[in-house]
Design a protein around this ligand. Structure first.
Ligand SMILES: [Zn+2]
Length: 439
């Protein structure tokens, strides 16, 4: 927290009460975040979503919210074994301001190996909350709920409504989560003015967007023959070596050419990038995934490469695609010609919060007040649910702001600082007052 004495002199009474309320509820905040970590909402496959929605419903109801379960009926991910249960909660304001909406994803990636603590025990120790999803992003979701609760306990009457949504499947693209809510009209831009997604960027940083993604597969095909007489066949792996050369030597430099204005961190991600995700060639047992390479006495008749190209807002998706088809098209002129099939897997446009957004200004003011130092604007190398709020719901005034460190996400021994949780809660509460106004 910042300098209490100067806060007391310069801030209106409502804000002083609010900061005191945040301090008073810190233990409840930590306890709720720990209880969220204890629900193992592992995705894939999407475990325990209903249980998590129930926990959220109980807490939000206690904090004066009306809650609504929104199940992603009709989505292929939604099954009887793994139901996709989202939650949308709102608390009315006493004026006509548009709503401030906090959105957190409840799913976490699988724990993986290398833990020294139980990933789902939700331990509170050494000033941190430990467990899978602590930083990404159950601590942030708990902070959003308790920022709203601090406003209520401080007796501050906002001129607009507060909303909290707890959604599924962000880690796998958010189709049955935020995207579903947006497509079904639950995120009406006439009602919702601003969105804060408490992903772990640290209490001083406001994340104002992310880079785009073009994910594709390259396939070469050969002709099989006995491995002892490879000259009688044509190796798809041999062709792929030429493809790999072009991807590395031509597409790689093209990807790194444009430097963005967007403040992406780390600095190295301020350009596009290209990653070779996986490579496979040869024979597979029929009907099985190529998880392990087979020893087989044959010439490989198929080889596949998956490439993950990230691009910056200054590049167009169509232009990025055209680079791939243009460079690989040259293979047709080789002697003998090489054909490579390009299969689109996924594309996401970059997104950026409008410059001069009142949401960013309110967060900047609140960060300065709470931390006593200026806010820093950043952007994310990877995508998150902001794309769905922006592109599908049509709500451009969206940012990510939350406690925790991005480096903790998806790691063994994931944890989140409790002090950062208190700071982020105070910032979110003050931001609500700044944006919506009090009556
Ligand atoms: Zn996340």
């Amino acid at each position: 927290m910042g300098d209490d004495a100067s806060l007391a002199r310069s801030q209106p009474a409502a804000e002083r009460r609010l900061l005191r309320a945040v301090e008073d509820l810190r233990e409840e905040l930590f306890d709720f975040a720990a209880r969220l970590v204890r629900v193992p909402t592992v995705n894939p496959p999407g475990e325990a979503y209903a249980e998590c929605a129930e926990l959220m419903t109980g807490e939000l109801s206690r904090c004066g919210f009306e809650t609504r379960r929104i199940v992603a009926e009709g989505r292929p991910e939604h099954t009887a074994r793994h139901p996709r249960v989202n939650l949308l909660a709102s608390r009315a304001g006493s004026g006509t301001s548009p709503a401030l909406h906090f959105n957190g994803h409840v799913d976490v990636v699988p724990a993986g190996a290398g833990w020294s603590v139980d990933p789902f025990a939700g331990a509170l120790r050494d000033g941190r909350l430990w467990g899978r999803g602590s930083a990404d992003m159950k601590a942030g979701l708990a902070c959003a709920v308790y920022a709203c609760e601090a406003i209520r306990r401080a007796g501050v009457r906002l001129a607009g409504p507060l909303e909290v949504s707890a959604t599924v499947d962000e880690e796998t693209g958010g189709q049955a989560g935020v995207r579903y809510l947006a497509e079904q009209g639950h995120l009406d831009p006439l009602r919702v003015g601003w969105v804060v997604i408490p992903e772990p960027f640290s209490p001083q940083r406001i994340c104002v967007g992310h880079r785009g993604v073009y994910w594709f597969r390259l396939v070469t095909r050969g002709r099989t023959a006995h491995g002892s007489m490879p000259f009688l066949g044509h190796s798809a792996i041999g062709d792929m070596t030429r493809v790999l050369e072009l991807v590395r030597d031509r597409l790689g430099p093209l990807a790194a050419k444009v430097v963005t204005e967007l403040p992406v961190v780390p600095e190295g991600a301020r350009r596009g990038s290209l990653n070779l995700n996986s490579l496979w060639g040869g024979q597979v047992p029929s009907g099985e995934e190529p998880a392990a390479l087979l020893q087989s006495p044959c010439v490989a008749d198929r080889c596949e490469l998956v490439v993950d190209r990230r691009f910056v807002p200054e590049e167009e998706l169509e232009e990025v695609r055209a680079q791939v088809t243009g460079v690989l098209g040259e293979l047709a002129d080789e002697q003998p010609p090489i054909t490579v099939e390009i299969v689109d897997l996924l594309s996401v446009e970059p997104t950026r919060t409008p410059v001069g957004s009142p949401l960013v200004a309110a967060l900047e003011t609140s960060i300065q007040r709470v931390l006593g130092r200026p806010a820093e604007q950043v952007a994310s190398p990877g995508t998150y649910d902001q794309k769905h709020f922006d592109r599908i719901a049509g709500i451009p005034h969206c940012v990510a702001y939350g406690p925790g460190e991005l480096e903790q996400a998806h790691q063994p021994d994931e944890s989140c600082s409790l002090a950062a949780m208190v700071e982020a809660t105070a910032v979110m509460a003050l931001t609500a007052v700044e944006l919506l106004g009090v009556t």
